[in-house]
Design a protein around this ligand. Sequence first.
Ligand SMILES: *[C@@H]1O[C@H](CO)[C@@H](O)[C@H](O)[C@H]1NC(C)=O
Ligand SMILES: *[C@@H]1O[C@H](CO)[C@@H](O)[C@H](O)[C@H]1NC(C)=O
Ligand SMILES: *[C@@H]1O[C@H](CO)[C@@H](O)[C@H](O)[C@H]1NC(C)=O
Ligand SMILES: *[C@@H]1O[C@H](CO)[C@@H](O)[C@H](O)[C@H]1NC(C)=O
Length: 550
Amino acid sequence: MPEFKKVCFSFLVIVFAVIVVARVVTLGVLLSRFRPHNGTCSKAAVAADSGKCSEIGRDILKMGGSAVDGAIAALLCTSVINPHSAGIGGGCMFTVMDSSGYVTIINARETVPAGVNPDLLKSCPKIMEWEEDSRWIGVPGEIQGYAEAHRRYGKLPWDILFEPTIRLAREGFPIPYIQGQHIPRIANTSLRKLYSDENGNLLKIGDIVKFEKLADTLEMIAKQGPDVFYNGSIAEDLIRDIQQAGGTHTLQDLASYKVTVTDAWTVPLGEYQMYFPPPPSGGAILSLVLNIMKGFKMNSEPKTADEKTLFYHRYIEALKFANGLKKYIRDPKFNSDEKAKNITEDSFAGYIRSLITNETHDDEYYNLTPYVDSTGTTHVSVLAEDGSAVSVTSSINDIFGSKVFSPSTGIILNNQLSDFCVSPDSISPGEQPPSTTAPAVLKSQSITLVIGGSGSPMITTGMATALMNHLWFGKSLKEAIDTPVVFVNSKNAVEFETNFEKDLIDALDALGHNRQTADKFYNVVNAVEKDGSCISAWSDERKKGKAAAY
Ligand SMILES: *[C@@H]1O[C@H](CO)[C@@H](O)[C@H](O)[C@H]1NC(C)=O
Ligand SMILES: *[C@@H]1O[C@H](CO)[C@@H](O)[C@H](O)[C@H]1NC(C)=O
Ligand SMILES: *[C@@H]1O[C@H](CO)[C@@H](O)[C@H](O)[C@H]1NC(C)=O
Ligand SMILES: *[C@@H]1O[C@H](CO)[C@@H](O)[C@H](O)[C@H]1NC(C)=O
């Protein structure tokens, strides 16, 4: 070939190659639009239960913070945006995956104080109560949980994590709907002080609320470190206020509080491993429900009316058995966790599956002992740029916890001890109450899914519904979390979310499920997923949540 023609040929080859590459890139972009992502690919994300707190967590990640740093900042923010759900007067459970993929559990759930009335469980509430009640206050673990997580995985200085929330608490902000809707119910409790204007009238949605005492407390913890909460001036103020409200808590209870750090429990779920905390967390119960359903091999979304009825019938039956097994979720330091471990095995799921028939049965069949359902809690899911992940569920238990407000610290106290009422046979000083929380991380070759829920007993069905719809039925995170849930309450009655298909409800009624009308669904699932290098996040709209990413 003459020189000129050679050059010309090479030129044509290059032009052709460029066109091909451009085509492939365009096609890639087009294809990625069809993947079940919500919006664009991001490098890191936080899914908390409010847009404000997701943004605060996201900004911490952007500053070079680790997933743990982002999670702590988002949780602190939640203690003022959703103070009825969680705060430093409660406890939390972290599932942390480091950038090498190793998963560690940091358990900072509340404990029973030494001076507990041994007969406390004789007065387990029959319905959820709105009165102030100091008897159910557990020793708060929240701050020590943050401190341990930060000591192990923190990148930014401790005090930086507190700054955005201290500012928010001091300057105040209009009361958001989710927080404000509960204020009228606490009119006759010590929380009235927090929510009163200068004339003593209760604040409403949209009024400016400030958390000035809490801002002072957070500032002290930020500057002096966590010990000031457990063995310092905050401890003294807090214990004095709890005692004034009738509690038997002492300084020794706070000084002797210790977080527990353990490995995660794990179950295989298709191509994924699901990591979650051992008891007293409720992860074992969630894993059982998923394992039961996995074995029915319904790997695509049920389409026909019959398929849907069969799917939901089996799922409802699985949830009934799960309720009957909750009594085996206990603090492993006080009770053997052998049975709980067994519950997570495939063989146990197979055994339960064999008991699920095409009919419904009496309560005894499911080994149910009725208890009272509680409400509340918050969850934060985080994925950082370095691949590290945090799934953390934090709670003061019921809405506004015990309704005991500590005026000298600005802290709202939990009522976590009422969770012992699920199996009210014993309560020991130092013991942690059983829980339904299940902060999880799922990992496959190419995908990491960080997911968790709040809404106490609704956590199991909220998370199971989201996971089945996302992992097995191919729905996006948003669609999977939006999917209407069915909840089996503590009396094994079935409650359907308002937008649940009516024909399906009729078909399930016909099978003999005992149905109750639900007054409210408070399941809230927040998740972040990394698929290859693409991160997407979704916060549940049931709580008007919004995720944040960059
Ligand atoms: C508060 O107490 C007053 C007076 O006893 C009563 O009328 C009112 O219903 C109570 N409010 C709540 C929310 O319990
Ligand atoms: C509490 O702090 C004091 C000093 O400030 C120390 O002597 C004591 O050992 C601490 N107690 C505990 C239980 O950590
Ligand atoms: C574990 O589950 C199996 C059924 O899969 C059952 O036969 C066995 O008794 C269980 N063990 C315990 C300790 O509950
Ligand atoms: C349920 O299953 C049994 C045995 O497998 C069968 O005899 C019965 O007809 C079924 N009932 C319904 C309502 O499908």
